[in-house]
Ligand binder design. Sequence first.
Ligand SMILES: NC(=O)c1ccc[n+]([C@@H]2O[C@H](COP(=O)([O-])OP(=O)(O)OC[C@H]3O[C@@H](n4cnc5c(N)ncnc54)[C@H](OP(=O)(O)O)[C@@H]3O)[C@@H](O)[C@H]2O)c1
Length: 331
Amino acid sequence: MSTLKRVALGTQGLEVPVEGLGCMGMTGGINGMSVYGEADEKESLATLHRALELGVDMLDTADLYGPMLNERLVAKAIAGRRDQFTVATKFGFEVNDHEQWTGGYNGRPEYVRKSVERSLRNLGTDYIDLYYLHRIDPATPLEDTVGAMSRLVEEGKVRYLGLSEVSADELQRGHAVHPITALESEYSLFDRRVEEEGILQAAADLGIGFVAYSPLGRGFLSGEIKTPDDFEPNDSRRFFPRYQGENFYKNLELVEKLKTLAATKNVTPAQLSLAWVLAQGVVAIPGTKRRKYLEANVAAASIALNATELAELDAIMPIGSAVGAAYPAGF
Ligand SMILES: NC(=O)c1ccc[n+]([C@@H]2O[C@H](COP(=O)([O-])OP(=O)(O)OC[C@H]3O[C@@H](n4cnc5c(N)ncnc54)[C@H](OP(=O)(O)O)[C@@H]3O)[C@@H](O)[C@H]2O)c1
């Protein structure tokens, strides 16, 4: 299997594979929930090691995942070969000293420092390649948070800065304080808000790299989830409006059309969805805790889509076609 193409992410010198690995599902989720079903540590670690062999050397984690457990798992995978990986982690969902999400956000300068020290410890490293503000704290000016993050770069604790799920205006404001290397936001055929709201364009105009998270619509675009009962009892997707009740079945109709097109190309719907994201000129971080999906996702990077196929996909899932909110209320 071929290794992945590498691209510049942002304009500060960071180079990454066109696909990174989303690690979120490899441990439990927030406050006792599973993310996308139960994870097996042995298979997760095997997936992380296989990723490196395939050139998928950018790992995406966050202090929130687990909380902390995900970073500690990544630490096991990178131990002894730290320099071969680009490690991206995030802070900003406030995690307390009992390692629970408080339900709030914290972007205060003292919390920025506390968070980075904690993540460095969890990851067993003395630097983070890409440090994202996971969500803006509405009670702290963004400039103060990014200002505190920029001091971490000066101190060598962090190499590059990123923001996640911000508006075009917020992206510009953060970038004015310190160069932002990457914006990580949800982007897939299933969720095209960043196109609709001019965010993708703003990132391109500012020379900020775009990292698409949930590029498979949290697995829904794979076509393998056929009823809401396919989710394990404490699978977090049960709480996301898009995967509930009537919304689930309306959205499934879109996936059925995707399946038909994928069959004509002899690829899976997951691979077709990923190929579409990559065709938009962004970096994607599909999440998986299994080697077989990782390998299928790497293969998807070699799928070429012509103009007719891109137009067909656009017609199947135009902007705004998915029904239901992206996140549960209050998240
Ligand atoms: N910045 C943010 O706010 C934010 C938010 C969400 C996610 N993220 C990051 O983005 C990463 C990716 O997003 P995501 O994990 O939410 O969603 P995703 O990549 O769209 O989908 C992940 C789901 O798809 C399944 N899957 C993966 N490859 C597949 C394939 N080839 N065929 C069939 N099913 C496949 C996975 O199954 P298995 O789990 O069984 O392997 C998992 O259930 C996360 O891991 C996380 O690091 C960031």
